[in-house]
Design a protein around this ligand. Structure first.
Ligand SMILES: Nc1ncnc2c1ncn2[C@@H]1O[C@H](COP(=O)(O)OP(=O)(O)OP(=O)(O)O)[C@@H](O)[C@H]1O
Length: 480
């Protein structure tokens, strides 16, 4: 077995144990859910992080939508690049300024929106302008992109015409349904406008024509409905929205399908593309979808380690790490903590051990359905459980405001076993986000993990102090 990388070694060991069913890792106990039910091991769990990551982009996005009830606050300024620099740059501070149809203004207020979000301030006037303007917009999840393009689509339809005029493509069935819900909610008072779902399972009779003015769907079905089945006359589409471009291109085939749909649309169709991130591949794709774009970008809020006290604890095994954790819990009051493990297996084991110690534990695990994960996070946010044990993949991008302690039961490493600084910052940085001081404790259990810790420390140029968890007085001090 290759042992140059601790993480890979763990993966290999686990894969062997799970697929052969004969090798058992020492002290292996069945995974236990927070509610005490056994969780069946999933074949190849954690052995394909790449595939999992790809899958996970869409799942993550859905998860964020399911657990989010508010706008994400940001102090950063919006960057606007106009195609025509001579045209005046409009931004609005109220929904009234947009001269929306009364039914839509009603819809906006019924959703509890008082004023446009940062991105909406600039994006809405651009999208509602006459003649229509194309737009590529990037801002992190939760900043109001969906609400913005939904409002734009609803504003542009002519309810008297009974055929599709706005077409929106989403990367997955579930994401399409979520966006559909927003369209239905915002258009609740605009009863003449109807919505159709171009998603798998929605079978229509051959030869029929869609009468709904807005169609939301996934690329494959939308393409079929436009090209093969001709349920939609693509030449009559006035607004085309491509949502979650970064998730879209992570799925095999979606990029080509989206481009094929775009090519069927008339030249004067308004093209709008949204993405939470903007790496090169997304940007290239965006330019193929949206000709002559205006561009709006909103930088992510920077994460910082400045308000975090960082410690490490030296151990020899996972049992010792667990004992250290118990000592910490015994010495200081921890309102809520997130504990990160490298594998699902360790997370399951740890959750079980903590439960047995009497802790109220929530376990977030990759084999759970997204809806189940959302429910777990919501319970944790509501304080129903005090400890959330998770693997990194599951918890990426989740903000739980009240978490004051983050414990790296395993240090974050990439596929090659190198320190994953970005993930470290993201895990720990969360605790400082809301101006509160945070505490981060790293468990070190080998020479290799010590060297990883040192490299993380060097990278951020921030001292990570040693903590002796046998010394209760010392532990008590860290809480002050
Ligand atoms: N102007 C606003 N005022 C108050 N709340 C808003 C406003 N715009 C959107 N929201 C709410 O904020 C949350 C995030 O908005 P939205 O889903 O549009 O963001 P997003 O950038 O598309 O994020 P995601 O990609 O995760 O869906 C939603 O709960 C939405 O109802």
């Amino acid at each position: 077995m290759a042992t140059d990388s601790w993480a890979l070694a763990v993966d290999e060991q686990e894969a062997a144990a799970e697929s052969l069913g004969t090798l058992q890792i020492k002290d292996e106990k069945p995974k236990v859910e927070a509610n005490g039910t056994d969780v069946k091991p999933v074949e190849n769990a954690e052995t394909k992080p790449d595939d999992e990551d790809k899958e996970d982009k869409a799942a993550q996005s859905l998860l964020n939508k399911l657990i989010r009830s508010n706008l994400v606050n940001t102090t950063n300024q919006v960057e606007v690049l106009q195609r025509d620099p001579n045209s005046p740059l409009y931004s609005v501070k109220s929904f009234e300024e947009l001269r929306l149809k009364p039914q839509l203004l009603q819809g906006v207020y019924a959703m509890g929106f008082n004023r446009p979000s940062k991105i909406q301030e600039n994006a809405l006037p651009m999208m509602l302008a006459e003649p229509p303007q194309n737009l590529i917009a990037q801002s992190q999840s939760g900043t109001g992109k969906t609400a913005a393009f939904v409002l734009a689509m609803l504003s542009h339809v002519d309810p008297a015409r009974k055929y599709p005029q706005c077409l929106c493509v989403s990367p997955t069935y579930e994401l399409a349904l979520q966006t559909g819900k927003v369209i239905e909610q915002m258009g609740k008072s605009y009863t003449e406008v109807k919505l159709a779902y171009a998603v798998r399972g929605n079978k229509l009779e051959r030869g029929m024509k869609i009468q709904e003015q807005i169609v939301i769907g996934t690329p494959g079905t939308v393409l079929d409905w436009c090209a093969k089945l001709k349920f939609i006359d693509a030449k009559k589409i006035k607004v085309f929205v491509l949502d979650e471009a970064d998730v879209m291109i992570a799925t095999q085939g979606h990029q080509d399908q989206s481009i094929r749909i775009q090519r069927m649309l008339p030249n004067d169709c308004q093209m709008l593309l949204f993405s939470a991130t903007f790496e090169d591949s997304v940007w290239k794709f965006a330019q193929r979808i949206v000709p002559e774009p205006n561009i709006i970008k909103l930088k992510r809020e920077e994460e910082t380690l400045d308000t975090i006290k960082q410690y490490y604890v030296l151990c020899n095994s996972k049992e010792e790490k667990f004992q250290a954790l118990c000592n910490i819990y015994g010495a200081i009051t921890i309102a809520q903590a997130m504990i990160f493990c490298h594998t699902r297996k360790t997370a399951g084991w740890l959750a079980g051990e903590l439960s047995r110690e009497g802790h109220q534990v929530a376990l977030l695990s990759g084999e759970m359905m997204v809806e189940q994960r959302a429910a777990v996070i919501e319970r944790f946010r509501d304080g129903k459980e005090k400890v959330l044990v998770t693997t990194n993949v599951c918890a990426r991008g989740i903000d739980v405001e009240q978490v004051s302690v983050v414990i790296n039961f395993d240090l974050p490493v990439d596929r090659e076993g190198n320190p994953d600084n970005e993930t470290y910052l993201h895990r720990i940085g969360r605790t400082g986000r809301f101006g509160k001081r945070g505490l981060a404790i790293n468990m070190v259990d080998s020479k290799l993990s010590m060297s990883i810790l040192n490299r993380i420390q060097d990278h951020f140029n921030k001292k990570i102090e040693k903590l002796d968890t046998h010394d209760l007085d010392e532990i008590e001090k860290i809480a002050n």
